[in-house]
Design a protein around this ligand. Structure first.
Ligand code: NAD
Ligand code: ZN
Length: 360
């Protein structure tokens, strides 16, 4: 047995207002006046000076507003990289992503593709990246995905939705400032928060579970119960705790795997563009047979926060469309092996998946 030698985020700041330290964190990393810092910022913050006025721009630094309407694509990464190379005289000093999982994943992927030849789609998979990425910093503004700690950047390519999983993917620096999450709309707060909850359920109930994953997963799970079922948490405490739940949930799956909800949600996302958080919720709502206790509590959380999930997403799909979703879901073998065990193919048939998708 050979154990995975796992890279982690090398530096992290936590605290309300820690975003103010961005300049002092970046300044020593500037390579030259011609080597800019490139800021990729969720365009939800356009015109929000309480945040943008604190982004330190000097010399040739550049801020790109990016829409998180759609999840990141390999082609989008390639375009950004080309634009950066054509615009600037020198390779950037660093890439800074400010936003949710969508923007964080873009920042990771751009920093990798600036030092590796070819196209982003060539690197979707495990350990295909050859050269270290450019210095990259992640600043989450919504909590739950764990993208701030993970070793992957999930991209939709021409053939598949799959991460660039590599030792060079994790951020060199993360700034966890819970204040940045203050204006997240309630529905989105729930969907992205549930991503964290589902990470815990899938990790803690998986066959890959080990003490490393379990200790992180149990802490994140406990935080999620408190956050989504308890009435009495002051707002700021809740923001702080959800940020740490996301971190721990991400650490938990790092050393194990996710499971059925993620595998099936990737199918929905690939075919219909359903976003990760809401997609996971739509799928998880129908997974009682795999995660009875987890789904029961999920439904309580959903009721408590008055969340109505879309229904009938797959009602009008044809055979070809089901085939595409089922192919994507089944290709994620480690997720099924974690969820069901080595003999997962005996029970997870195409018919079984179609039957489940038809409920959604
Ligand atoms: P997101 O980044 O897609 O953002 C969701 C919505 O929230 C967007 O409309 C965005 O503009 C808005 N938003 C973000 N911060 C806000 C704020 N402070 N105030 C108001 N609105 C705000 O959401 P997400 O759920 O964090 O990320 C989903 C993405 O993360 C998917 O692309 C998924 O594949 C990826 N993901 C990656 C990993 C990983 O390990 N790399 C893990 C899980 C998910
Ligand atoms: Zn997830």
């Amino acid at each position: 047995m050979s154990y995975k030698n796992y890279p982690m985020v090398s530096r992290v700041v936590f605290g309300r207002g820690s975003f103010n330290q961005l300049n002092e964190i970046l300044a020593p990393k500037r390579l030259s006046s011609k080597a800019p810092f490139i800021f990729l910022v969720d365009d939800v913050f356009k015109g929000k000076s309480w945040l943008t006025s604190r982004i330190p721009l000097s010399y040739d630094d550049k801020l790109h507003y990016i829409s998180a309407e759609e999840e990141p694509k390999t082609s989008q990464v390639d375009e950004l990289v080309e634009q950066i190379i054509l615009t600037h005289k020198e390779r950037p000093s660093g890439i800074i992503g400010i936003g949710g999982g969508t923007i964080l994943d873009l920042a990771k992927a751009v920093s990798i593709m600036l030092t590796n030849d070819g196209e982003a789609k060539d690197y979707q998979g495990w350990d295909l990246v050859k050269n270290p990425a450019i210095y990259h910093v992640g600043i989450p503004t919504i909590s739950g995905t764990g993208a701030e700690v993970s070793r992957t950047t999930v991209l939709t390519g021409p053939e598949k939705k799959l991460g660039i999983n590599s030792d060079y993917t994790p951020f060199d620096q993360v700034i966890l400032d819970p204040e940045l999450t203050k204006n997240v709309p309630k529905e989105q707060w729930f969907y992205t928060g549930m991503d964290c909850y589902i990470h815990c359920i899938e990790s803690l109930n998986g066959t890959y579970l080990n003490a490393f994953s379990q200790t992180y997963g149990e802490k994140a799970y406990e935080l999620c119960l408190d956050l989504f079922l308890n009435n009495n948490l002051p707002k700021e405490v809740a923001q702080d705790k959800l940020m740490m739940a996301s971190w721990h949930g991400g650490m938990s799956i790092a050393y194990s795997q996710v499971g059925v909800a993620h595998a099936m949600s990737y199918g929905l996302s690939y075919l219909l563009g359903t976003k990760h958080g809401i997609g996971n919720c739509i799928v998880f709502d129908h997974l009682e047979e795999f995660y009875p206790e987890g789904v029961k509590i999920f439904k309580q959380m959903k009721d408590k926060h008055n969340i109505q999930l879309p229904q009938g997403l797959c009602a009008d799909l044809g055979d070809r469309e089901f085939d595409i979703m089922i192919d994507v879901a089944l290709s994620l073998e480690p997720l099924w092996e974690n969820a069901i065990g080595k003999n997962w193919q005996k029970t997870i048939t195409r018919e079984k998946l179609k039957e489940l998708y038809l409920k959604m």
